[in-house]
Design a protein around this ligand. Structure first.
Ligand code: NAD
Length: 442
């Protein structure tokens, strides 16, 4: 099929590259000229495992092209995906203004039948609004073509986006008629070899499914964090408790790591949007509020532990921070707990020496502070530092040289916000060890 993707970000580019890989002819469109120029030259604008190779290969095969022009990109499209960002708006709900503006521009130029598929995360009712917009504008123009709108929210996770797209746990398709669902079934057939993954529903249910999924994931993270916070003072060790939880098939093994709270470009903003939508419908949604509240507190707990360790005085203190990305495998720093902690440390008067294997350029271009130094290596970040905080679970942080850390850190302590290390490995070396869910040794 001929596919156009509008919005060549994390979701749009992965979608475009994987659909091109499966034999479709894909044009990715973005209004960021620099991004498109880079992609034409073979440069993927963000870090995502496997994506460079898929983009390169699809480009070589002639299946994947890039443009800034909406008319050129959509001229032959059977399906047009909308994959623009939907960040938090001023009222807390998703800002779908740019998406609607884009649909408007599309309705001014489309002159052939096609299916417009909303991949962005949008409040229920958005696809119906976009359908009404097409119906009105195409009618007014007497365009002589029919444009249908479908919902196909994306569930990939940054850091494993290509694998997630190639082998999805489920493909959600929301349509207002069977023919549109059939078109999407054909498109996704290579990604659903056993025919069990594609779940059909109406437009609003598909739109809501994405918010429901993110609310459930955020709930698990906040609940395990809250349990960890209770376990510590009760003298229980959350590590083996997590093992018990994960072994229960009714609970399942994932998203049960106590840590510094969730971040990134999806969970926080989608929770906010859902709370706003609930409020608009007169629902108080107490659980959703609690999920957010627990998450907000979590970085504060790491900060409090460091503050306590320094007896409340940050002046003259230097904190090494390992990890800037909101999680391993990505350079995405949107709503990263690490940056929230760094801001709090800098505001309190500490110096920060931070290191991230991938995300430093993203920080350099969006956040500078005279008290923040970005180091070239994990070791370099620790030179002249009093303590170390580990905020992202990158592979290279998993087995550090504790002996070297014990002799290098000026007030040797590791604030292990991701629960990566075993107490016993550190204690014998004189390294103090803070973990969520465990009382900080006096
Ligand atoms: P992103 O910010 O990485 O990408 C959006 C892209 O759209 C940018 O490249 C931007 O330049 C481009 N754009 C904006 N306005 C445009 C316009 N008028 N014409 C052409 N291009 C335009 O966003 P993302 O992370 O890919 O997320 C996209 C959507 O997918 C959001 O709704 C998000 O909630 C959802 N989503 C994201 C993820 C994720 O892990 N990032 C996962 C699932 C769903």
């Amino acid at each position: 099929m001929n596919i156009a993707i509008i919005g060549t970000g994390y979701v749009g580019l992965v979608t475009g590259a994987c659909l091109a890989e499966s034999g479709n002819s894909v044009i990715c469109i973005d209004n960021d000229e620099q991004k498109i120029a880079g992609l034409r030259a073979g440069t993927v604008p963000f870090h995502e495992p496997l994506l460079d190779a898929v983009v390169l290969q699809a480009g070589r095969q002639g299946n994947l092209q890039f443009t800034t022009r909406l008319d050129e990109g959509t001229r032959l499209a059977d399906i047009v995906f909308l994959a623009l960002g939907t960040p938090t708006g001023s009222d807390g709900n998703a800002d779908i203004g740019p998406l609607l503006q884009c649909a408007h521009e599309l309705a001014e130029i489309l002159d052939h039948d096609c299916l417009v598929v909303v991949k962005s995360t949008v409040p229920p009712g958005t696809c119906e609004d976009i359908q009404a917009l097409f119906d009105t504008m195409l009618g007014r123009r007497a365009a002589g073509c029919a444009v249908k709108v479908a919902s196909n929210p994306e569930f990939l996770a940054e850091g494993s986006a290509v694998t997630d797209f190639r082998l999805p746990a489920r493909i959600v398709v929301g349509t207002s008629d069977d023919a549109d669902a059939e078109t999407l079934k054909q498109l996704y057939a290579p990604f659903d070899p056993d025919g069990t993954r594609l779940i059909e529903m109406n437009l609003r249910s598909a739109e809501f499914a994405k918010y429901a999924c993110n609310a459930m994931l955020a709930a698990r993270i906040s609940l395990i964090n809250e349990l960890a916070n209770i376990a510590g003072p009760l003298g229980a060790d959350i590590g083996p408790v997590c093992q018990v939880l994960k072994s229960d098939p009714r609970i399942g093994p994932r998203y049960l790591e106590p840590g510094a709270g969730y971040g990134g470009s999806c969970l926080p903003k989608d929770l906010r949007a859902l709370i706003r939508m609930a409020g608009d419908k007169g629902e108080t949604a107490p659980m959703l509020h609690s999920i957010e509240e627990v998450n907000r507190r979590q970085v504060g707990l790491v900060f409090n532990a460091i503050e306590k360790y320094f007896w409340g005085r940050f002046q003259g203190r230097c904190v090494a921070v390992w990890g800037l990305a909101f999680k391993a495998g990505t350079d995405d720093i949107r709503e990263s707990p690490s940056l929230a902690l760094i801001r709090a440390l800098l505001d309190a008067g500490a110096q920060v020496r931070a290191y991230d294997p991938i995300a430093e350029p993203a920080v350099e271009s969006s956040f500078t502070h005279p008290g923040l130094v970005l180091a070239d290596s994990a070791e370099q970040a620790c030179l002249d530092a009093d303590v170390l905080v580990v905020m992202t679970e990158w592979e290279e942080f998993m087995t550090p040289d504790f002996r070297w850390l014990a002799s290098t850190l000026r007030s040797p302590a590791i604030f292990d916000a991701r629960n990566l290390y075993q107490d016993k490995d550190l204690k014998s070396l004189g390294l103090r060890h803070y973990q969520p869910g465990r009382t900080f040794p006096a």
